[in-house]
Ligand binder design. Structure first.
Ligand SMILES: [Zn+2]
Length: 104
């Protein structure tokens, strides 16, 4: 997983309320990456690995159209996995810097 902080691409592509966007292994953040944000996006990286890029977008947008963002099962899974990832990271004492510098 590669994190791009202060991404101009994200600011150019997405509306102001979107903090991050994941594409494959790459996470583009509007500003600095926080641990909760990274945990959520790490779950999407896992979904990209599982479904592939085409499969991810096909599933994601199908769910988005039927269920909307909050009830999109892929977002629900990402929120649930983020909570588990955060608990594991905090238990081990990791910080954002540990993650960004490749120690996690
Ligand atoms: Zn998400």
């Amino acid at each position: 997983m590669t994190v791009h902080e202060h991404s101009r691409l994200l600011r150019w592509l997405l509306p102001d309320d979107k903090e991050a966007f994941t594409f494959g292994q790459h996470v583009f953040c509007r500003g600095r990456a926080s641990l909760p944000l990274l945990a959520h996006e790490a779950a999407h990286v896992g979904q990209f690995r599982r479904y592939g890029i085409v499969g991810f977008f096909r599933r994601y947008w199908m769910h988005q159209l039927w269920n909307g963002y909050v009830r999109n099962p892929m977002e629900i899974e990402a929120r649930e996995r983020a909570v588990r990832i955060l608990h594991a990271w905090k238990r081990l004492g990791y910080t954002v810097e540990d993650f960004l510098e490749g120690r996690v």
